[in-house]
Design a protein around this ligand. Structure first.
Ligand code: SAH
Length: 395
């Protein structure tokens, strides 16, 4: 059907594609027929000339990111169908046209069959983050598809790929507005108001993946003294206040994040004296703090960005959680998270349990948390399950 570049896999290396895993590692390739250009659509075959899948080629450890297990042309219709399929899932989840929540993940890379592409939706604004050259090459078609699928409600599209695209000659993935002029805006999450700055904020501007876990914090906060550690823009803090906390202290090492947290507290609970935000290092805060808390949230940045620093990361989780176990009041509730893809659920649990034992505290698991449904995980790509959390009652 096509004159496309063909990638032939070594004998036995076809197994993972037959199980619909969406990556081809460079070591699995036997031969390339034609010239594989960065980001080009290539067809992948097994050693006996059987077609397996089509995907975007890129030089590096992951050589092909699969976008279809059937022979396809990536014309406008292909992207329209993919983006519409992703939107339809969020529609089914009740996230589109929702008057209490207008922020959600529209496209979650492998979880939506689109490796290399993240799209977050902030009430009429799509923030596009590309992680592969293949997606970058199709940006024009993707933007058309986004506009077609969301229609008039979509007034702004921002490309935020400058730091996420790999460094390749000839590729200038400069961030910038692709539609509209807005660089920040207000969103609603479960009825709470947040300012999101997609140009300057971390990730695409807001940590959308904690929406449901924040809600659970709200449910546990009544009458408690809450410490929101690694609070960023204070998402958990706002839910804690809404849930009737006695006091809420937000800690983050970034002064900018703390300014935003104060802004959010004021927007949602004007003049409320229960909230205090502090720009200080987490470990230092634990060492010097005077207050005793009976609800602590630990949501640190990814400690392990790669498999080879896994041990250090696990040590990091252990040390951090140990501080929290030492500090928390008897009967306290600990919400503890890891957003490192390289850290498995089991390894994270072990680190937390060792931390409790080292601190001499007994604890019970009340909830095991994950990412919400607008961050779906393909069963063939379990690596996509990055967010892990535990809610523990500490005796
Ligand atoms: N809980 C947040 C997301 C946390 S992201 C939310 O719901 O939106 C991780 C945050 O940890 C970042 O804001 C970063 O500034 C902060 N951080 C990183 N290292 C830190 C440290 N050593 N002490 C305190 N905060 C830190």
């Amino acid at each position: 059907m096509s004159e496309r570049t063909r990638i032939v896999l070594k004998s036995g290396k076809d197994q993972s594609l037959r199980r619909y895993h969406p990556w081809v590692f460079s070591g699995a390739i036997k031969k390339i027929h034609g010239i594989a250009r960065e980001g080009e659509l290539v067809d992948v075959y097994d050693n006996h000339d059987e077609f397996l899948a089509a995907g975007h080629y890129q030089q590096g450890s992951i050589a092909v990111r699969i976008i279809s297990f059937e022979q396809v042309e990536t014309d406008q219709g292909f992207w329209d169908r993919k983006i519409a399929g992703a939107w339809s899932l969020r529609e089914n989840l009740g996230l589109t046209g929702n008057d209490r929540t207008n922020v959600f993940r529209w496209v979650n890379a492998e979880g939506d069959g689109l490796p290399g592409l993240i799209v977050d939706y902030y009430g009429g604004v799509a923030v596009v983050q590309m992680h592969s050259i293949g997606m970058f090459r199709n940006l024009g078609a993707l933007v058309e598809a986004l506009k077609k699928v969301a229609g008039e409600q979509l007034h702004t599209i921002y490309n935020k790929s400058e730091t996420t695209l790999p460094d390749k000659p000839g590729i200038t993935g400069k961030s910038g507005l692709l539609l509209g002029k807005q660089e920040r805006g207000e969103v609603l999450e479960n009825g709470y108001r947040f300012n999101v700055n997609w140009v300057e904020g971390q990730k695409t501007g807001f940590f959308i993946d904690q929406r449901e876990n924040r809600k659970l914090v709200g449910e546990y906060s009544k009458g408690r003294k809450v410490l929101n550690m690694f609070g960023y823009t204070g998402g958990f803090s706002i839910y804690g206040m809404g849930g009737g906390a006695k006091l809420v202290h937000s800690v983050d090492s970034s002064g900018k994040a703390i300014d935003l947290t104060r802004e959010h507290a004021e927007m949602n609970f004007p003049g409320d004296k229960r909230h205090l935000a502090m720009a200080v290092d987490a470990f230092r805060y634990f060492k010097e703090m005077k207050e005793s808390y009976d609800l602590i949230i630990l949501d640190p940045p990814a400690f392990a960005k790669h498999q080879n620093v896994l041990n250090n990361a696990l040590q990091g989780y252990k040390r951090l959680n140990q501080r929290a176990f030492e500090a928390i009041a008897p009967g306290g509730i600990l919400f503890t998270f890891s957003c490192s893809q390289a850290v498995s659920r089991e390894n994270f649990r072990k680190s937390v349990f060792v931390a409790a034992a080292n601190a001499g505290r007994n604890a019970r698991i009340l909830h095991q948390l994950s990412q919400p449904a607008d961050h779906p995980v393909s069963i063939y790509h379990p690596e996509g399950e990055y967010l892990k959390g535990l809610v523990l009652m500490v005796e």
